[in-house]
Design a protein around this ligand. Structure first.
Ligand code: PLP
Length: 409
């Protein structure tokens, strides 16, 4: 720490050598244990954010660390010119999860979606011919920060300075079957959707909308991409959120919790796309390395155990109940959103209140040892590690309630 002591004041980093697209001040964490994190001064925080829905098995896991260590001693990287047993094993496990023929590995959510867009475009070009390349995405949807995934992200605040992005991306409101039916035709290569809009306000797709997507995409031969980067691998109490509404995607994208905090993404594709692919069409130097894949294999074994998923659902119900009990006491709180361990609480910005109340709630929670997230303009997002226990939920909700009390007029 000696070399950077000039940047650190009270467990916080200032004058940070990171670009200004990040905050000007960062809390510095030193270690974690289960659902807790500890800062440089040893202060304890309960983690209701999981590093933006990533650390789903909690912090400081020796079992996962050991897997990574054992694999690092053997081989760390081979490139995509060769492969390794952990990568093969993981690809087989992921492929078996649905109607998928192959798995493309990358390193982040945005890369998984970038690959999905390319695969859908390639399919459409080969099957339907030049010009049928449009992409349909949802209002309030979020798919990442690289140029293709960003084009499919709705919030213009993230996009305007970088125009022109990928062209011919159009947006429709989620759950409006009529607009979808009027809009979608075979000139579209893909529709990209989230079942729960993780970044955009936790709105959830209806079963009726999922059914319309399934039918219309088949009718017009449009590739249906389910972005499960945030909702996948047990976050909702089910392996994937698609099953909550019976969405039948052609492509599924995964990342965040896949390797328990190590960077790994997967784009799961069907045979009808794989059949058109030839060497060189897409690739990644780092994607699917043996260390991340070995850890991800272990993550899937743990999370997809039916009793683990049942516990996630139980914890989710308990958290939703506690959140509701807490929210009822305040004039500026609204609906509870989400499901499983991806939950939200609406904050109603009081008229005439000059500051961003939600931002203040997040900051004050952090000061009091609770880490929470934001979703959209006005939703507190709670996405704790999936291993959270009821007494830890109580502990977090107690801090949260006290924080809310301090804002009640
Ligand atoms: N897709 C969804 C649904 C996400 O929530 C995110 C990140 O928040 C991404 C894609 C982008 O993932 P990454 O930040 O790993 O590129």
């Amino acid at each position: 720490m000696e070399e950077v002591s000039h940047l650190i004041k009270k467990a916080k980093a200032h004058k940070i050598p990171f670009p200004k697209n990040y905050a000007s001040e960062f809390l510095i964490f030193e270690k974690g244990e289960g659902v807790y994190l500890f800062d440089l001064d040893g202060k304890k925080y309960i983690d209701f954010g999981s590093g933006i829905a990533v650390n789903s098995l909690g912090h400081g896991r020796e079992d996962l660390a050991l897997t990574a260590y054992e694999q690092m001693k053997k081989v760390v990287h081979t490139s995509n010119l060769y492969t390794t047993e952990p990568s093969l094993v993981l690809a087989e496990k992921l492929r078996a999860l649905g109607n998928f023929d192959a798995v493309h590995f990358g390193n982040s959510g945005t890369e998984a979606n970038e690959a999905a867009i390319k695969y859908a475009r390639l399919y459409s070009y080969n099957k339907k011919g030049l010009g049928n390349h449009k992409i349909l995405a949802m209002e309030a949807g979020f798919h990442g920060r690289t140029m293709g995934a960003l084009a499919c992200t709705h919030n213009t605040a993230y996009k305007t300075s970088f125009e022109p992005l990928l062209t011919d991306v159009e947006f429709v409101p989620l759950n409006d079957v009529e607009t979808l039916t009027k809009k979608l035709d075979s000139a579209f290569a893909a529709v990209i959707v989230e079942v729960i809009q993780g970044e955009g306000g936790l709105k959830m797709m209806t079963g009726e909308y999922a059914k319309a997507l399934n039918t219309l995409c088949k009718e017009h031969d449009v590739i249906l991409i389910a972005d499960e980067v945030q909702t996948g691998i047990g976050r909702t109490g089910w392996p994937f959120a698609c099953s909550l509404v019976d969405l039948e995607p052609d492509i599924m994208t995964l990342a965040k919790p896949l390797a328990a905090g190590l960077p790994l993404s997967a784009t799961l594709i069907p045979g009808k796309i794989n059949d058109y692919l030839k060497p060189g069409d897409h690739g990644s130097t780092f994607g699917g390395g043996p260390v991340t894949c070995a850890v991800a294999g272990q993550v899937l074994d743990i999370v997809f155990d039916p009793s683990f998923l049942a516990d996630v659902r139980k914890a989710g119900e308990y958290l939703a109940k506690k959140l509701e009990e807490s929210a009822k006491k305040f004039s500026f709180t609204g609906k509870i959103l989400g499901t499983g361990l991806l939950l939200g609480l609406e904050i109603i910005q009081p008229l005439g209140y000059a500051n961003d109340l939600l931002k203040e709630i997040i900051t004050k929670s952090e000061e009091n040892g609770l880490l929470i997230l934001r979703s959209g303009k006005n939703i507190v997002r709670i996405a704790p590690p999936l291993i959270i226990e009821e007494k830890q939920i109580d502990e977090g909700i107690e801090i949260f309630t006290k924080v809310l009390e301090s804002f009640e007029i």
